[in-house]
Design a protein around this ligand. Structure first.
Ligand SMILES: [Zn+2]
Ligand SMILES: [Zn+2]
Length: 258
């Protein structure tokens, strides 16, 4: 692996270490590109304190941005460090999010749709939901997100945990994969999920993605500095891509947020 675009920091409240710790480890294991993509702040301006505690606060974004940029300068010529965020698409709050990211000159977003609607009182997609409506809403909302063409890739697109009817799963996921294909958005095979035996990567998903001609990319989703590299799990992720006929990107063309 020469590039990883999915790296968190302590700011989200459930990861360890700052960007300097991740950069040190990334350089040590030979990465050429390290993309920081901590969970984006979201300005839930109308509900304030109900903000779920899994992301930095809006007022913490400038410090994150400056700190990653300083580090990028420090490593110039040795390793490229990029300033990104992992963001959900919440229609009501998305315009304000874009403003905030542009103001802070954030270089890229990856899509990670952990919750539906506008997050408030909405289901976490990684819990098992046999209700077809949850699957359908996940696909519809993620499709809308992809159509903005603002996301550089789709992180763990198979986060949706649907133990229900296989035919329904296939029909919906095929739609999602086509939307990713139409918008030329790479799909991430998530190394964290694979290492921890989460519901993703979901083999059913990747079979369909392979049939639909999607392009994939590996993402470490590192929440601890040591996990910017995980050769054993990376090998399994590459095998997953291989057996499903998915071409793997080694580096990414970033999409401008502006
Ligand atoms: Zn996280
Ligand atoms: Zn993540």
């Amino acid at each position: 692996m020469i590039a990883n675009y999915h790296t968190h920091t302590f700011r989200c409240g459930h990861a360890e270490g700052g960007e300097a710790d991740y950069a040190r480890e990334a350089e040590r294991v030979g990465l050429k590109i390290l993309g920081m993509a901590d969970h984006t702040p979201y300005d839930f301006f109308d509900i304030g304190p109900r903000n779920r505690p899994m992301r930095m606060k809006p007022e913490e974004l400038p410090e994150y941005a400056d700190s990653v940029r300083d580090l990028a300068k420090e490593y110039e010529g040795r390793m490229e460090i990029l300033l990104g965020v992992e963001a959900e698409y919440y229609p009501k709050y998305f315009p304000r999010l874009l403003e905030m990211l542009r103001e802070n000159k954030v270089q890229y977003m990856i899509l990670g749709q952990h919750f539906l609607e506008n997050e408030v009182d909405a289901p976490y997609c990684g819990r098992p939901w046999s209700d077809p409506a949850v699957l359908e809403r996940y696909v519809a909302q993620s499709t809308e997100a992809l159509q903005t063409r603002l996301f550089s890739y789709f992180a763990h697109p198979d986060l949706i945990n649907f133990p229900g009817n296989d035919e329904l799963y296939e029909r919906e996921i095929r739609k999602l994969c086509r939307a990713a294909h139409d918008t030329q958005t790479p799909l991430e095979i998530n190394i964290l999920g694979l290492r921890e035996g989460r519901n993703y990567p979901d083999e059913r998903f990747w079979r369909i993605a392979g049939e639909e001609g999607n392009v994939a990319i590996l993402g470490c989703d590192a929440h601890r500095p040591q996990y910017v590299s995980d050769p054993a799990t990376e090998k399994r992720a590459r095998e997953l891509a291989e057996r499903n006929g998915l071409p793997l990107l080694e580096t990414l063309t970033l999409r401008q947020i502006g």
